[in-house]
Design a protein around this ligand. Structure first.
Ligand SMILES: [Zn+2]
Ligand SMILES: [Zn+2]
Length: 264
């Protein structure tokens, strides 16, 4: 059994093909999917899906750095209610910094960056106060993200840098603090040598795999719309790279994800 530790089921839900996606996942041996919140538009959908598919779907809530709106403070006020619900989230996320999608004018870019830092910090504090795991989105901003987390009293063992896209030095830096990275299909891409080195450098006890579906389909599905079933391709690729049996890799990464997110 495998776990897709990070995907976005919203698009499948809205298109009406979620049942197929879940069926395909089950057939590929993907026993659980963690669907990751990005904005107030998906939190409630995910709460309902987690209630409907208790044995298959877990979820998180959080404001993605590119989904921060002017009323973000009021939006975050709704987070604790989700945790008091009968079907609570398994963590806060995805939150972080995204320096890839920035306005062209340097002044506007600086304003966006400082707001991202503020919203990231607020959500880290929220997660700390509830003692729950945090899914970090870091795009072109690895060291800035680490700095922000270091400035809070976050427990690094509760931190995953999802869709890890940096190198072995960066993964060591996370591991030293107690944190981890998780790997998507980009590890299978031809030009991703440093990400493969990062995979080899990470402690086995922390390794997790994910799709980030509907984006980033792994080889041999690259270019297609990604879905949870395809985490199997990423897992098999990683297992070969680590010279492990696929079954052992699945066992280890499933145990890691279950422990990290406190999954049932
Ligand atoms: Zn992300
Ligand atoms: Zn994501």
């Amino acid at each position: 059994m495998l776990i897709d530790s990070h995907c976005h089921l919203e698009s499948f839900y809205r298109k009406g093909n979620l049942a197929d996606v879940l069926q395909n996942a089950a057939e590929a041996g993907v026993g659980r999917i963690v669907t990751i919140g990005t904005s107030v538009k998906d939190w409630e959908i995910y709460r309902q899906l987690a209630a409907q598919y208790r044995s298959k779907i877990s979820y998180t809530v959080g404001l993605h750095p590119t989904d921060v709106e002017d009323d973000w403070e009021e939006q975050l006020d709704r987070v604790p209610d989700f945790f008091e619900n009968e079907n609570p989230p398994v963590g806060i996320g995805e939150i972080g910094l995204d320096h890839f999608h920035l306005p062209k004018s340097p002044q506007d870019a600086e304003a966006v960056k400082s707001r991202q830092i503020l919203v990231f910090k607020k959500q880290l504090e929220l997660a700390s106060s509830m003692n729950c795991p945090v899914v970090v989105h870091s795009r072109n901003s690895f060291h800035e993200c680490v700095k922000v987390i270091d400035e809070t009293d976050t427990d690094w063992s509760q931190i995953v840098f999802h869709c890890f896209a940096d190198g072995p030095e960066e993964i060591r830096l996370l591991n030293e603090r107690g944190g981890r990275g998780s790997f998507t299909g980009i590890v299978t891409y031809k030009n991703a040598e440093s990400i493969r080195e990062a995979l080899l450098a990470q402690d086995m006890e922390r390794l997790m795999v994910e799709t980030d579906a509907p984006y980033l389909a792994p080889v041999p599905m690259r270019g297609k719309r990604n879905e949870s079933a395809y985490v199997r391709h990423t897992a098999e690729f990683c297992a070969r790279l680590l010279s492990m049996e696929a079954a052992e890799f699945a066992r280890q990464t499933t145990a890691n994800a279950e422990r990290f997110f406190n999954l049932p």
